[in-house]
Design a protein around this ligand. Sequence first.
Ligand code: ZN
Length: 461
Amino acid sequence: MKIYNSLTKQIEEFKPIEPDLVKMYCCGPTVYRDQQIGNWRTFCLSDFLHRALKMNGYKVDFIMNMTDVGHLFESEGDPEGGEDKIEKQSSEEGRSAKDIVDFYTKRFLQEYKEMNLLEPQKFTKATEYIDDQIDLIATLEDKGYTYETSDGVYFDTSKFEKYGELSGLTVENIREGARVDPNPEKKNPTDFALWKFSPSDKKRQQEWQSPWGMGFPGWHLECSSMVLTELGDTIDIHVGGEDLKMIHHQNEIAQSECATGQKFVNYWVHGAFLTVDGGKMSKSLGNFYTLDDVKQRGFSPLDMRYLFMTAHYMGPLNFTWEAIQNAKNSLKKIYEIISTYEHDPKAQISEKYVNRFNEKISDDLNIPEALAVFWELIKSPVSEASKLNTILKMDEFLGLKLQEHIGVEIPKNVLDLAKMRGEYRKNGIWDKADVVRRQMLELGYIVEDLPTGEYKVKKKF
Ligand SMILES: [Zn+2]
């Protein structure tokens, strides 16, 4: 299997540390509001990778975290100079931080299911790893990588020689940049907080005692801590959105490698942004869509999933209502077609098509071309029963729940109506036949007249 590694900036043959096991981590959601659809593109990427690895015979130890503390808003050029996202949402909604976290976690898990993403081994929550995070800071302190300022404990990035290997941003070239660092106590502009002290003027809802004082962990720290605790010092794959590469992931590497002395991650996989109406999603433009907005307009989460599969994960993908309508139409067509196929569990799977499909998936997740193979199969002369079993095999990767659309049973009252319509047509009573056709449509069924003079009833999707 081949995969593009953001660290080496090239496509590489994937080789796991252990022969049959892959340790994989993906930066999950910050649970202070519903996730926007761009985040879902990233979460789907982790699912595509997860399924591709399984398809290639690997066991996958997969962890996704949930950030339930310490993720701060950007403020005046400082990526972490603003308010805590969860505490801010809590005061805006007039509910406790715990309520906010519980509510949006539940919503996220529900949507995760609806998008048909494979469950990780564990969804790890930052607040459940506070002791591990404190231990990690203590290790870094012992090794001389930290210093204290008036608002927290910071990581000194100038002490990590490889800082900037992933992001391309070194301590020097940031210092040379014109940006004024809003925090004058920091030794280097790239330094970041490992532990933030609770402000003296405002009581925080989420805070813990630590050797350095009352406060809460820095956002970057949680991922390092959960990876090291759950998966070990070195893991195979780390997935995340491309927006996390420059700072968050670079900082994860710095903390982890300085603490363990080992390489942190062998393959970094970053998914491209989703644009909306040709640009960046923004609240002010009114196009900051969540999955719920998409559902409100009559689209299913699987329509969204299909849309994500039409572009390579590193390539541009633009969300418009027309684009998702097209995805919906394609999926509907697939459901319609397979509902007419005869289902014989014993029919042979076409190895030729499955192998070609797997080759595309294993080639740095070339899903658009794998979908082309899928459609080619549908149009091929392979027998319907074999086609169906081949399609179901491919759906182990696609995750479009195709199983639910095979051999749809037509209820007796609908079959009776179809029979009645047939009689009218035979006798040339076209208006009556049409009334019955509309009645069937209202019940959710369409009738297709075959060239032989017979007809076929199908469920409408
Ligand atoms: Zn992370």
